[in-house]
Design a protein around this ligand. Structure first.
Ligand code: FES
Length: 109
């Protein structure tokens, strides 16, 4: 049985919604700050690697700068701790040091 994501990390959410990160679609919690959705992609989906110790998580030093776009919109610089996740959000660049990992290969047994 799949465990339920820890609300102490991501905050409360009702459902997962699709966002696009560097061209790939991920289902992440709706309505949470983008930085928490990026943690979800790392901790729950195993597809991202970031050094979380370098982030303030509270919009003070600009450490989470990335480029995002609303559905159908152009890209703009934004802080991942400020942007709220909604369906169709597009992340065009990750905060510095972020690496999107390839999908794990699952065995057929
Ligand atoms: S996490 Fe530091 S400004 Fe966003």
């Amino acid at each position: 049985m799949k465990r339920r994501p820890d609300p102490r990390i991501y905050g409360a959410f009702e459902r997962l919604v699709p966002i696009r990160v560097l061209g790939e679609v991920f289902e992440v919690p709706e309505g949470v700050p983008l930085i928490r959705a990026l943690q979800y992609i790392e901790f729950e989906l195993g597809r991202l690697r970031m050094d979380w110790s370098r982030f303030c998580f509270n919009d003070t030093i600009g450490c989470c700068l990335c480029a995002v776009a609303a559905p159908g919109g152009g890209g703009a610089a934004a802080r991942a701790c400020v942007v709220t996740v909604s369906a169709g959000l597009e992340v065009k660049t990750l905060p510095e040091g972020g690496v999107l990992l390839p999908p794990a290969i699952e065995s057929a047994s």
